[in-house]
Design a protein around this ligand. Structure first.
Ligand code: NDP
Length: 434
């Protein structure tokens, strides 16, 4: 803590992993002897840089850019870029740290990294977003590459931003390195099903857990927070599997539609108009808007999928879900449940799948995009989607088996942390003290 002051999110993420690992260290003291822990919590490289750009009024704006290259023992650093005013090194470090273990769970050859900026894309014109992205990439391009570090999107970074950044990278390097960024457009190196992957993957892994308990999504009532990339495609897949999503949200509040959320409306408001979720009720009079996004967890449901942001579901919310007899909580976002919420859910024997496992479908499909780029090929939607589903089913199997092996059956937080750690730690031992 004293080496990383004022970074509560990073401390929270590290503490959760280290607590799970006590049983591993009891069994395998060799990890302690080789300094694995001291090395794994220290990023291999941390880059922070100035991002100057000119707004539409001709005024100079200055933001701060970050790229944290955390661990490359399994492959090139891989992880998204987040553009949000709350971004600072503690947020990027927490995300980068989690990414190491998540990427290990996918079974793909990818290391862990994360980056972003405190730039706020909300309310900015396309021209402003483009100039910002170009300036950001002008510095970032010297640190990344298809075999070095491969960024992707995250909050505030979608297809538009990836396009502007790729264009600038290519211009500076004079080289069409498709594999340098993932989440690209479909006409120029992007993978089919990448847009859908995180949300779909989340629903595949939850479905697998339900199946394990002789159940399914059919006829379940589902609440999904957020209305961005993860939330929209989680909603789509739940609806395809016969579940009913009754609420989605943004930071301004949630909409509750007892007849089931009309996804076409959400997609148009969010993906086309870049508007606010409260506009939904103008078109659907039976729906209700509540200007308090955290109150979404008070809604009675069978399955809750937090897909917005870190620490959005606290102890009170968890108690309400338990009181409403929720069956499963699957984390689509990164660390959306507070430690208190996780404890309450696990003590109440609610099926809980942590983000490290549950949202790994996005990065896994990014790795499939890298494979296609390396082969100068592109696969059908069905092929990518089938691979994604298999990866998620395999992750469920690995984490539930590992939890059992280490004497914690059903504790998928422990299962995910231990399974991810073992893969990374063993590779670190093989590669020596570096
Ligand atoms: P987006 O930017 O597309 O969407 C984020 C959504 O969350 C927006 O609707 C935003 O609303 C909403 N939101 C933000 N804060 C709150 C809040 N306090 N309460 C309710 N809603 C809120 O991001 P993504 O969908 O890509 O990412 C969501 C989460 O999933 C993040 O934690 C991300 O790290 C994680 N993730 C994403 C992956 C991906 O492939 N995209 C992969 C793995 C994890 P508003 O517009 O008001 O800010």
């Amino acid at each position: 803590v004293s080496r990383n002051p004022n970074e509560p999110e990073f401390h929270q993420a590290v503490k959760e992993v280290l607590e799970s690992l006590e049983v591993v260290f009891d069994k395998h003291p060799e990890y302690e002897e080789l300094g694995i822990l001291e090395r794994i919590v220290e990023p291999e490289r941390q880059i922070m840089f100035r991002v100057p750009w000119v707004d539409d009024n001709g005024d100079v704006q200055v933001n701060r850019g970050f790229r944290i290259e955390f661990n490359s023992v399994l492959g090139p650093y891989k992880g998204g870029l987040r553009f949000h005013p709350s971004v600072y090194d503690g947020i990027i470090k927490f995300l980068g740290f989690e990414q190491i273990f998540k990427n290990a769970l996918t079974g793909r050859p990818i290391g862990g990294g994360k980056g972003g900026s405190d730039f706020n894309p909300k309310g900015k014109s396309d021209g402003e977003v483009m100039r910002f992205c170009q300036s950001f990439m002008t510095e970032l391009c010297r640190h990344i590459g298809p075999n070095t570090d491969v960024p992707a999107g995250d909050i505030g970074v979608g297809g538009r931003e990836i396009g502007y950044m790729f264009g600038q990278y290519k211009r500076i390097k004079n080289s069409f390195d498709a594999g340098v960024l993932t989440g690209k457009g479909l006409g120029w190196g992007g993978s089919l099903a990448r847009t859908e992957a995180t949300g779909y993957g989340l629903v595949y892994i939850v479905e697998e857990m339900l199946k394990d308990n002789a159940d399914s999504f059919a006829d379940k009532t589902v609440v999904i927070s957020g209305s961005g990339n993860v939330s929209i495609y989680a909603t789509e897949k739940v609806q395809q599997l016969g579940g009913k999503v009754v609420a989605v949200s943004d930071s301004g509040g949630y909409v509750y539609d007892p007849e089931g959320i009309k996804l076409d409306t959400v997609k148009r408001i969010k993906e086309v108009e870049r508007g606010r979720i409260k506009e939904y009720v103008k078109e659907h009079p039976f729906a209700e808007f509540v200007a308090d996004s955290s109150a979404i967890w008070m809604i009675d449901c069978d399955i809750a999928l937090p897909c917005a942001t870190q620490n959005e579901l606290d102890g009170e919310s968890a108690k309400s879900l338990v009181a409403n007899d929720v069956i499963v909580v699957g984390e689509g976002a990164n660390m959306p449940c507070t430690p208190e919420a996780v404890e309450i859910l696990q003590e109440s024997k609610i099926g809980f799948i942590p983000g490290k496992a549950a949202n790994a479908g996005g990065v896994a499909t990014s790795a499939l995009e890298m494979t296609q780029n390396a082969m100068w090929d592109s696969w059908s939607f069905e092929k990518v989607d089938a691979k994604l589903e298999k990866i998620m089913v395999d992750i469920y199997k690995i984490i539930s088996t590992t939890a059992k092996e280490y004497g914690k059956p059903g504790d998928l937080v422990a299962g995910a942390n231990i399974a991810g750690f073992l893969k990374v730690a063993n590779a670190m031992i093989n590669q020596g003290v570096v």
